[in-house]
Design a protein. Structure first.
Length: 107
């Protein structure tokens, strides 16, 4: 079976438990013989595809106003509002994820 997991981040980018849980799930499914991929965002300018053990990791840029994870400076309230508004409907991110689905073709 081909399984695609989607999470905001994926190791080595760790913000919290969701990333670790996703990694454990992906590795566990792969160890049981499934083809597993993870789609996530990364603080990078272009999409990449690379293996992480038996898991394929699709990383694409965050198509939003700023990178909100691990930054020292705090955006203003209007900047945060615009970030969340863009996060609600983001056609560029939809295109990125659709491309991952088309490429990996999960079951």
């Amino acid at each position: 079976m081909r399984i695609l997991l989607v999470n905001t981040l994926y190791p080595p980018s760790n913000v919290g438990g969701a990333e670790k849980s996703t990694q454990l799930l992906a590795d566990g499914l792969a160890s049981r013989g499934h083809d597993v991929a993870v789609a996530c965002v990364a603080n990078q300018p272009a999409p990449t595809v690379c293996p992480a053990g038996a898991v394929i990791v699709y990383r694409f840029p965050l198509r939003n106003r700023h990178w909100p994870y691990g930054q020292d400076d705090q955006p203003s309230a209007p900047q945060r509002f615009l970030w969340h508004a863009r996060d609600q409907y983001n056609p560029a991110a939809t295109t990125d994820l659709t491309g991952v689905i088309d490429d990996f073709r999960p079951d």
